[in-house]
Write a protein that binds this ligand. Structure first.
Ligand SMILES: [Fe+2]
Ligand SMILES: [Fe+2]
Length: 244
């Protein structure tokens, strides 16, 4: 497939943001801050000691949903990928999850009377937040350390079995959690769009929905990286040690 609108090493970093402003938090995850002047993506990456090829693949998969060079992405060191994924977790923990919670509170506060249904939205979101936080923590405690331990297994004398037991990572639970956090985000949007009686401030409702769309898009991209890049990498290493 031909991709006409991709970010390249020669693209000006400022233009990359004009092309897709949703890339702002993605770029921040590489510890790159604004104020680039006319510097190109390559120049900014070099200055910030960022792997240019990895930066381009991450920003382009985010920017263009049909661009996903999975074989190439599977060649990056897992530490690099995990570092990026962990920064994304921080963005959810520290920013999106609490900020959206505050928007839900504001929406509720803007309701003049008969606000029971809005209370349900608040409960739904509270539960969703807990579930997503649980998922992210689970990955940080089991999934990522397990992947890292496996990549370092060679020569340690440890068996796959003992590492597996130590981290107790389950593919099926992981995949169920992904389906769940994605589908509930869609449910939440739909409850507001389709069913919630609109007795609240419209601007606040739109603001909440806007951020739910942004959140969903970022989350989908995040889970896709884990499912399509990291999980197969894990399976390949496991297979290698099972054969030996
Ligand atoms: Fe994750
Ligand atoms: Fe995940």
């Amino acid at each position: 497939m031909l991709h006409h609108n991709l970010i390249t090493p020669d693209t000006k970093m400022a233009d990359a943001i004009h092309m897709n402003y949703l890339l702002l938090p993605v770029i921040n995850r590489f510890e790159i801050k604004l104020g680039f002047g006319d510097k190109t993506v390559e120049e900014v990456c070099t200055e910030n000691k960022v792997n240019l090829s990895f930066f381009l693949d991450i920003t382009n998969t985010y920017h263009d949903k049909s661009y996903f060079p999975k074989e190439k992405m599977r060649t990056y060191p897992v530490e690099l990928i995990i570092d990026y994924l962990l920064k994304t977790h921080r963005y959810y923990f520290d920013q999106l999850l609490p900020e959206v919670e505050a928007m839900v509170e504001e929406l509720l506060a803007s309701c003049p009377a008969d606000c029971d249904n809005l209370g349900l939205i608040k409960d739904f979101y509270k539960k969703y937040k807990q579930e997503l936080e649980y998922h992210l923590k689970n990955e940080e405690q089991k999934f990522f350390p397990y992947v890292k331990a496996l990549t370092q297994l060679e020569g340690t004398g440890q068996s796959l079995h003992s590492i597996r037991r130590q981290y107790n990572f389950s593919y099926s639970t992981h995949s169920e959690e992904h389906d769940n956090v994605i589908s509930k985000m869609l449910d939440l949007k739909n409850i507001i769009i389709k069913y919630l009686p609109p007795n609240y401030d419209t601007a606040k409702g739109n603001n909440l929905l806007y951020w739910l769309f942004v959140f969903e898009e970022d989350l989908k991209d995040h889970e896709r990286l884990e499912d399509i890049i990291l999980v197969p990498a894990l399976k390949r290493i496991e297979e290698k040690f099972t054969k030996n």
